[in-house]
Design a protein around this ligand. Structure first.
Ligand SMILES: Cc1ncc(COP(=O)(O)O)c(C=O)c1O
Length: 418
């Protein structure tokens, strides 16, 4: 005789409440805009899958070999044999993850080593590594500028900077992008005796333009403010030693905190802050996005340390990347595209699209030609612009830049933009 297995009673559904509000309803306009775009037959520009990655500058997407012109792999370190070897060795010797915070069980020799590599790279006394660049901004800004302090920042600052400001509860005073006069006006209005932090970026990633850091830092210092510069998009490339725009403009010594990331030129993932502030080490105990999260895996810090040390001696790559940037900027301008900057200022060249529909159409046409670029749209972009953001890599060959221009010409004509 077989025993019957009893099933638990199905629970009664909860009663419906009449005035219940769906918290997702605020996203309805965006859901509709996205659906309209997809219904028009265009491929989802935010859903691309890299099926295979062949090199820092090529991948297989939709079964087709594609040139990558929309990564932040500026220095092409992701497939460097020494970087890969360092990662493999750390994976084998230290395991796949630390399973803990930096202040408990999550600091291995590799974490100390990558912080030493950063101190060597920047010539600074202290380096603190976070799990992402986003967390580095979130942690440092929110911890050093709290209630009653003032943060004066460029209105085009990255989301992680804004989020760091919000988390710390400081008074936030934005000023017009790269406008020295507007910045000084804001600083003058801050009550006497209040703590002041000026937050700037070296390269602004949407248009690829740089900040006049020399002038801005002089103004900030004359008003008694501390200065934080996010050099996410300049590390490795800009400046004689690749230390960024502050180095290039001769003012690195006047910067109190440099924020950076491993997810761009370094070629892996992670974030950091370097500083000469004598009390900087206390941050390790008081900075919540550092304390209350797991540390980076050993393989990641090993690849980062190897990459950073190689970037110290990468003058030839820097030179080639500048050549690529100048060649692409001139070529696109000659074709009749409207660009984000008059002259190339970084490895990012933004092509301004007339609207989202034609921007998405152009993005898809380029992909079909075999070229991947970033489609950027509000709220990430300034002034409601739709952009095709091209980010060059030191591993793009001169021939590839020529191919890229041919693809832009074909796509631009097909979509009716040039
Ligand atoms: C200026 C800036 N800061 C910080 C970050 C965050 O870096 P991560 O990717 O390491 O979180 C980014 C990322 O795009 C950035 O553009």
């Amino acid at each position: 005789m077989s025993e019957s297995i009893s099933t638990p009673d199905k629970p009664e559904p909860l009663p419906e409440v009449e005035d219940a509000k769906d918290l997702f309803s605020k996203f309805d306009p965006l859901i509709k805009q996205r659906q309209d775009l997809l219904d028009s037959g265009l491929e989802d520009p935010f859903g691309l899958v890299m099926e295979r990655v062949l090199s820092p500058v090529t991948a297989v997407c939709n079964g087709r070999e594609t040139i990558l012109l929309g990564t932040y792999n500026y220095m092409g370190m992701t497939f460097d044999p020494e970087v890969i070897e360092a990662g493999k060795s750390a994976l084998e010797n230290y395991g796949s993850g630390t399973t803990g915070s930096r202040v408990l069980n999550g600091t291995y020799v590799g974490h100390k080593d990558v912080e030493d590599a950063l101190c060597e790279f920047y010539g600074m006394d202290h380096a603190m590594v976070f799990s992402t660049g986003y967390q580095a901004n979130l942690g440092i800004i929110s911890t050093i500028a709290g209630k009653g302090d003032y943060i004066v920042l460029d209105i085009d600052s990255h989301a992680s900077i804004w989020d760091g400001c919000a988390m710390g509860n400081a008074e936030v005073v934005p000023f017009k992008h790269n406008d020295l006069e507007a910045m000084e006006k804001r600083l003058k209005r801050i009550p006497e005796g209040a703590g002041k932090l000026v937050v700037l970026e070296g390269v602004y990633s949407m248009l690829g333009d740089i900040a006049p850091l020399k002038e801005m830092i002089a103004i900030a210092k004359s008003h008694g403010a501390m200065v934080l510069v996010d050099e996410a998009h300049s590390m490795g490339f800009i400046g004689p030693n690749g230390r960024g725009v502050a180095e290039d403009q001769g003012v690195l010594d006047d910067v109190d905190f440099v924020i950076g990331t491993f997810s761009k030129s370094v070629g892996t993932v992670g974030g950091f802050c370097v500083s000469n502030h004598p009390k900087f080490e206390i941050m390790r105990l008081v900075c919540r996005p550092y304390v209350f999260t797991a540390s980076l895996p050993p393989s990641v810090v090993a690849t980062a340390a190897t990459s950073i040390r190689k970037l110290m001696d990468a003058g030839d790559k820097r030179e080639h990347l500048w050549e690529n940037s100048k060649r692409l900027h001139k070529g696109l301008r000659d074709l009749g595209f409207e660009l984000g900057t008059e002259e190339p200022q970084s490895a990012i060249i933004a092509v301004i699209m007339p609207d989202l529909e034609r921007g998405a159409g152009m993005w898809e046409a380029l992909l079909k030609e075999g070229l991947y670029v970033n489609l950027a749209r509000p709220p990430a972009t300034p002034a409601g612009m739709t952009l095709l953001r091209c980010s060059l890599c030191a591993e793009h060959s001169e021939e590839q830049v020529g191919q890229i221009l041919t693809m832009f010409e074909a796509a631009g004509k097909a979509v009716g933009i040039i």
